[in-house]
Write a protein that binds this ligand. Structure first.
Ligand code: PRT
Ligand code: MG
Length: 218
């Protein structure tokens, strides 16, 4: 039997991936939210899951430490996608990449020619491209989390971050002022693994695709 390793992150991606795995006949033996194990077996003895940070999934797959994994488009854009085949948009963990500022902040004035906008973000590549396309000069400040705090304490004028319900912005008196991109999670497959382990991997891709098609038809 071909050994397969699947890279997943805990939290929303793991939860939304469970039905997809089930459609391919794969059931994890433990819940990573409760277990501290980083390698989790499945009902299929030759298939295992590794639990990594969301932003590390493309790296494990790129280097072949995992044969495939699931990662947000946000993470994939920042990673660059080298060595990865991205056959499917799984339509899970959906959200929007937005620019947000403090309520009452005059964003139109702050983005006039000649102005420099200070932008805090975990996504400097996405932010740089967005503002370059608009012709707005920015100073980017790289953060690793809790971007919403930055404008409240004067670290930045604006943030580029993911928004799903909008509750975090609202709770911190921030407002979204621009939509950059719709984000969802993708299946990422190591290119060499897809060739070498095609017979094991392709049926799993097909099972995932069938679930997505059924969801779209519903
Ligand atoms: O948490 P960790 O630092 O380990 O990594 P992570 O935050 O990248 O992982 P995780 O599991 O939180 O997110 C994994 C993936 O889920 C991301 O890469 C996105 O593609 C996707 N996703 C979908 C989201 C959200 N929705 C989301 N709402 N990722 C993060 N958020 C955060 C957002 O950054 C903001 O702080 O949730 C907050 C806003 O949520 P609302 O509902 O209040 O608008
Ligand atoms: Mg998180």
């Amino acid at each position: 039997m071909t050994e397969l390793t699947i890279a997943l992150s805990k939290g929303r991606i793991f939860e939304e991936t469970l039905p997809l795995l089930a459609s391919a006949g794969i059931v994890p033996q433990e819940n990573p939210e409760q277990s501290r194990k980083l390698i989790i077996g499945t009902n299929r003895p030759h298939i295992r899951l590794i639990i990594v940070r969301a932003s590390d999934v493309p790296t494990y797959v790129q280097y072949g430490a995992a044969d495939f994994g699931i990662a947000g488009k946000d993470v994939l854009i920042e990673h660059g996608g080298q060595g990865l085949y991205q056959p499917l948009d799984l339509n899970i963990a959906r959200c929007r990449m937005m620019v947000a500022v403090r309520e009452g902040f005059d964003y139109a004035a702050a983005t006039q020619p000649g102005c420099r906008l200070r932008v805090a973000t975990k996504y400097p590549d996405i932010a740089a491209e967005h503002f370059a396309n608009k012709g707005v000069h920015v100073d980017l400040i790289k953060l690793y989390g809790s971007m919403e705090l930055a404008p409240l304490v004067g670290l930045s004028d604006a943030i580029v971050d993911l928004v799903s319900t909008g509750n975090t912005l609202k709770a911190n008196h921030l407002q979204a002022v621009e939509h950059i991109a719709d984000i969802s999670s993708r299946l990422v497959v190591n290119k060499a693994a897809l060739k070498l382990k095609y017979a094991a991997i392709q049926p799993i891709i097909d099972a995932f695709a069938a679930v997505i098609e059924a969801d779209e038809a519903a």
